[in-house]
Design a protein around this ligand. Structure first.
Ligand code: GTP
Ligand code: MG
Length: 200
């Protein structure tokens, strides 16, 4: 699938105020700074569609973008940024959990993981939360340009092994680099597959 057009629609703190739609929606979640906004820009081919920053904590709202008038991308705030106040952290967690559990239009949540790191408690807990609530999700490793191919393979296998300790079946796994546009086709094809069978 190719992307012709993508534009920002609206930002919200409240899932109830998100666009009323019968179009399929894909959301991007993960720790602060993992590369959510960069991946959205890479997928849509629009450099500054979603705001990115070297400082964690940039995205704090539910941001809707519409692609080719036929599907939505949602940029969510990152979780786990320690340098926020407790209230701010709790508020972000509430926004995320409400969105994930209540947004009917959300067909797949892409959970981003930095491919350089060993499995982190906060991500594993979030994966358990998704599994327990039956939320459809896929794993997306980011920043693949930052390590060698061998390290990449080793880290991903280790991650899968860790998940197999708890889960018999694993979700789809994608490997990406926004820097190198790696994984773009795979992700867009996956989205296209869901789009074509989506009925509402
Ligand atoms: P929050 O909005 O704060 O939760 O962060 P985010 O997950 O949206 O991350 P963002 O896309 O803003 O990227 C964070 C930093 O990582 C930026 O400095 C990006 O340039 C960098 N980055 C993101 N993806 C990649 C990648 O694939 N390769 C490399 N080398 N850097 C990346
Ligand atoms: Mg962001």
């Amino acid at each position: 699938m190719e992307v012709i057009n993508a534009r920002f629609v609206i930002s919200n703190v409240d899932v109830e105020k998100c666009p009323n739609t019968n179009l399929p929606e894909y959301a991007f979640i993960g720790r602060s700074n993992v590369g959510k906004s960069s991946l959205i820009n890479m997928l849509t081919g629009k450099k500054s569609l979603a705001m990115t920053s070297a400082m964690p904590g940039k995205t704090t709202l539910i941001n809707h973008f519409i692609v080719d008038d036929s599907w939505y991308i949602v940029d969510l705030p990152g979780y786990g940024y320690a340098r926020r106040s407790r209230e701010a952290r709790e508020s972000i967690e509430r926004i995320i959990k409400n969105y994930v559990l209540k947004r009917d239009a959300m067909t797949c949540l892409f959970l981003l993981l930095d491919c350089r790191h060993a499995p982190q408690k906060i991500d594993l807990e979030f994966i358990d939360f998704l599994g327990e609530h039956g939320v459809p999700f896929a794993l997306v490793f980011t920043k693949a340009d930052k390590i060698t191919k061998m390290e990449l393979t080793r880290h991903i296998e280790a991650y899968k092994a860790k998940l197999h300790e708890t889960w018999e079946e694993l979700p789809p796994v994608f490997v990406t680099s926004s820097e190198k546009k790696m994984g773009r086709e795979d992700l867009l094809d996956y989205i296209d597959g869901i789009n074509s069978s989506y009925t509402r």
